[in-house]
Design a protein around this ligand. Structure first.
Ligand SMILES: N[C@@H](CCC(=O)N[C@@H](CS)C(=O)NCC(=O)O)C(=O)O
Length: 243
């Protein structure tokens, strides 16, 4: 299995880059693993990443070895070695676990239930209202074996509808350019990584969603986000990082 370790130098709980607290199962292109890596890096937590392949090959996700970790056979999955090798999977569940347990300084999380509810609202919206639509838009435009224009159009249109909602949220009065609480939270990180690939499905953020574009530009320069992206591959057409 291909492997990297996080480069963030902050020591935590006695763990280090050489002796990381977590193992993260990810994929070099798939956005869902990088959301988790970006949260861990932003919080200065130490993890090693194991990059899997799609499919049932030796290093694949659809193997008994990996399905014993994540029965859904997809990435991400996180093992917390400081909690008896507890396994958490589904990116939003992992982000919530990590933030609730390890973000005592509220860098991406918040102290009150009312504030937490706002972060959770957007985390859930990402998981149910953005991720599946973008995933299907990418699938039908780039990977489906036959051309199905109506399906492609449906999912690209839904993706644009969601982007419109995100843009409105970022632009509202008092937002300071963030999704909730007027500052960066785990919700922002959860939405980000898909957008780094979005030019591959012919959406030009800079022109079509300039406020989202400006937020992406700010986010991707954060040291924690950059560290979390280590090992990421952006196929031809994912131009966001270059401009
Ligand atoms: N709802 C899941 C989605 C996980 C997911 O679809 N991951 C993709 C990569 S980003 C995957 O593993 N795909 C492999 C497959 O579909 O077989 C989450 O947020 O964790």
């Amino acid at each position: 299995m291909a492997e990297t370790t996080s480069t963030v130098a902050v020591a935590s709980n006695g763990y280090s880059a050489q002796n990381p607290q977590f193992t993260l199962y990810s994929h070099r292109i798939g956005p869902n693993g990088f959301k988790v890596a970006e949260v861990l890096s932003e919080l200065g937590l130490h993890y090693r990443t194991i990059f899997l392949d799609f499919g049932a090959g030796e290093n694949g996700m659809k193997t008994p070895a990996y399905e014993a970790i994540n029965p859904n056979g997809r990435i991400p999955a996180l093992i917390d070695h400081s909690a008896n090798d507890l396994v958490v999977w589904e990116s939003a569940a992992i982000i919530l676990y990590v933030c609730k347990k390890y973000d005592g300084e509220f860098r991406l999380w918040a102290p009150t239930l009312d504030e937490q509810a706002q972060i959770e609202t957007w985390l859930m919206y990402q998981a149910t209202g953005q991720g599946p639509y973008l995933g299907q838009a990418f699938w039908f435009m780039l990977y489906h074996p036959e051309r199905l224009d109506s399906a492609t159009e449906r999912y690209v249109d839904e993706t644009k509808r969601v982007l419109g909602i995100v843009q409105k949220q970022l632009a509202r009065e008092g937002s300071n350019g963030w999704l909730v609480l007027g500052r960066i939270t785990a919700a922002d990180i959860a939405f980000l990584h898909w957008y780094l690939h979005i030019a591959r499905i012919k959406i030009v953020l800079k022109d079509e969603f300039p406020i989202v574009w400006e937020w992406v530009c700010r986010m991707k320069e954060r040291p924690g986000v950059k560290a979390g992206m280590e090992g990421a591959v952006f196929p031809e057409g994912a131009t966001v990082l270059k401009t």
